[in-house]
Design a protein around this ligand. Structure first.
Ligand code: G1P
Length: 288
């Protein structure tokens, strides 16, 4: 069955980016000229996934406002004849079907996904964590859908990480069945390095079979007292295969200040409007 829907968990508190996240959801932090969440949404559109389900929480209304019409801007841009800008303002919302649901308590990623169960139904679906920014030639969700078309079971995006970073991620153990594609044998959420089965970390892109909901609903709180998606996927392994794709691309952690700044520079250099100005500026930074 084709993947038509994507869940965007967006109820997190953005603690690592305080104080800005006191009033601005981390999904709305700017990367050059668009909010982080839009890059994930564009990745889905590219993979022909147009039904977007955003799981929000308190203090996240800026996300809904962003994807809504902005009549004041539209009137002003029409009057001034700024048609290109007008198109950029409406383009993204015109290309997707958006629905929202609320996660009333921050009980973990697994719980956030479960909040969207009724909206997904009995279909395979994607999950996008929009603070994982991935710069790649082929958008990562498209890379995953291409694999899904052959294997028809859950696919996790993974990437090798340094030893000192394994305790920040869900880690898989797997058998490589074709170049960069692993059949998952085990998963552990944020293990200590001496307990980690490998260095292959789950990055925030998933394609999941709807059977996962049943397993999430039976998952007890795990690491950090939260209902972990990783634990539910481990249980899913008891009834069906799960695959992990070591994707092509560079990933920036949008929840990390240094990574967010690196992404600004890389995406800025790719933006034709500001590229040369940014290069001039960097060249003059000879005091560094
Ligand atoms: C979540 C998942 C983790 C995954 C990570 C990717 O953790 O629980 O398995 O590796 O996203 O970014 P979080 O970063 O929300 O703590």
């Amino acid at each position: 069955m084709k993947v038509n829907k994507a869940i965007f968990p967006a109820a997190g508190l953005g603690t690592r980016l305080l104080p800005i996240t006191k009033s601005i959801p981390k999904e709305m932090l700017v990367l050059v000229d668009k909010p982080l969440i839009q890059y994930g949404v564009e990745e889905c559109i590219n993979a022909k996934i147009n039904d977007i389900i955003i799981v929000t929480g308190r203090g996240k209304t800026a996300i809904e406002d962003y994807f809504d019409r902005s009549i004041e801007h539209e009137i002003m841009l029409k009057e001034k004849g700024k048609h290109n800008l007008l198109k950029s303002v409406n383009d993204i919302s015109d290309r997707i079907n958006l629905t929202y649901t609320r996660q009333k308590e921050a009980l973990g990623l697994g719980h956030a996904i479960l909040c969207a169960q009724n909206m997904v139904g009995e279909e395979p679906f994607a999950v996008v964590l929009s603070d994982d920014i991935i710069d790649s030639n082929v958008p990562v969700m498209k890379q995953m859908i291409d694999i899904y078309k052959n294997y028809r079971y859950s696919i996790l995006a993974v990437q090798k990480v340094q030893d000192e970073d394994v305790s920040k991620y869900g880690i898989i153990q797997g058998k490589e069945i074709e170049k960069g594609l692993f059949k998952v044998e085990d998963l552990v959420e944020k293990p200590e390095i001496n307990e980690a089965p490998s260095n292959l970390a789950i990055i925030g892109r998933y394609i999941l079979m709807p059977d996962i909901f049943n397993f999430i609903s039976k998952t007890k709180p795990g690491k950090g007292g939260e209902i972990q998606l990783t634990d539910a996927i481990k249980s899913l392994l008891s009834i069906q295969p799960v695959y992990a794709l070591e994707f092509e691309g560079v990933r920036y952690d949008g929840g990390n200040k240094l990574d967010l700044l690196k992404a600004q520079i890389v995406y800025g250099l790719k933006n034709t409007e500001i590229r040369s100005g940014l290069i001039d500026f960097i060249k003059k930074l000879d005091f560094v």
